[in-house]
Design a protein around this ligand. Structure first.
Ligand SMILES: [Zn+2]
Length: 343
């Protein structure tokens, strides 16, 4: 089968379309013939070798998100049959540890992600445990089916399961444009929140406004904390949904109301931010970490996507052979929403 792989860590030039063996499935696994996949920033972290402790056997197939058709099922699989149309939950857990048994699969002691620790979805076929599949909602497109799982699962868990975002609360989403940020905007507006977004791009701020964002701040021209403080009547926002960290994290903590929550899922702007910790205890700020989501989180977001209550924003679509150009677009931060790959 054709697959987009890396043979070593490096820039986009290490991406190579090559022939790989079709994965052999175990008794409780399903082989999926992929129709669509989608990019995530994680693909770039894996490609450049920026994930501590990740030692991959190469060539390694990238890609976490995917949707397609069941091609083959293992001997003990009861739920699926050949020809079923499915979407993939890319977070693979052991099912046996104490975290899995209490339903918290994304803190599993041996949590793995397709394309990160395991062969991914930029390929004609991928194998996954049967419990990592849900039916492809019939009313959404194949592009939407591949675009929603990782980012909507991540954003749903961050906002709803972790930060307990309530209707009517005010949310700040720094760096609007990425997949998780746009998913968070969609979810927050759907449940009736007021949303502030930031970007360095007027075009992205405009697109976010058209999706319902209540205030857009160009962080290169304005002091985000000062604008938020004044716009919220000297109160601050209830929740910050941060996937960037870096030097701006301290500013985002300054944006919080007393008793506010900051939930983080990523460090695209830097992994070792400097923050003034006095503000955290004095203002009684809660900092919450979040990664991917549980099966329960996936069921919940899948249900909303199936009803088209929330849908992913598609930025662009590339054929499998052009993943290099697609990753370049992501690395240059040109995208607004999800970059989809057609297989
Ligand atoms: Zn586990």
């Amino acid at each position: 089968m054709k697959a987009v792989t890396i043979g070593k860590y490096g820039n986009v030039d290490v991406l190579e379309l090559r022939d790989m063996a079709v994965p052999a499935i175990g008794p409780r696994e399903v082989l999926v013939k992929l129709r669509t996949a989608a990019l995530n920033h994680l693909d770039i972290w894996v490609r450049v070798g920026a994930i501590p402790g990740l030692d991959l056997s190469q060539p390694h197939i990238l890609g976490s998100d995917g949707a397609g058709e069941v091609a083959e099922v293992g001997a003990e699989v009861k739920k699926w049959k050949k020809g079923d149309l499915v979407v993939i939950n890319p977070g693979i857990s052991c099912g046996r540890c104490d975290h899995c048994l209490r339903g918290e699969q994304s803190v599993c002691n041996s949590f793995h992600v397709l394309g990160e620790h395991l062969p991914g979805t930029f390929a004609e076929f991928v194998k996954v445990p049967e419990e990592n599949l849900l039916p492809k909602p019939p009313d959404i497109t194949w592009q939407q089916a591949a675009a929603f799982p990782l980012v909507f699962l991540t954003a749903w868990r961050m906002l709803i399961s972790r930060a307990r975002l309530k209707p009517g609360e005010t949310l700040l989403i720094p760096g609007i444009g990425g997949g998780v940020a746009t998913a968070a905007l969609t979810i927050a507006k759907t449940i009736g929140c007021t949303v502030v977004v930031t970007s360095s791009s007027q075009e992205k701020l405009g697109k976010a406004k058209s999706m319902g964002a209540d205030l857009g701040i160009d962080y290169t021209r304005e002091d985000v904390a000062a604008v938020v403080y004044s716009w919220t009547g000297k109160r601050g926002v209830d929740v910050v949904c941060d996937s960037v960290a870096g030097d701006t994290l301290d500013k985002h903590i300054q944006c919080l109301a007393k008793g506010g929550r900051l939930v983080t899922c990523g460090v695209t702007a830097g992994a070792k931010p400097q923050i003034d910790f006095r503000r955290v205890f004095w203002n009684q700020i809660t900092i919450l970490g979040s990664t991917m989501g549980s099966h329960q989180d996936f069921f919940e977001i899948h249900r909303l996507v199936a009803k088209k209550t929330v849908l992913p924003t598609i930025d662009s679509v590339y054929p499998l052979a052009e993943v290099k150009a697609a990753q370049k677009r992501m690395e240059e931060k040109q995208q607004f929403g999800k970059i989809v790959v057609e297989i």
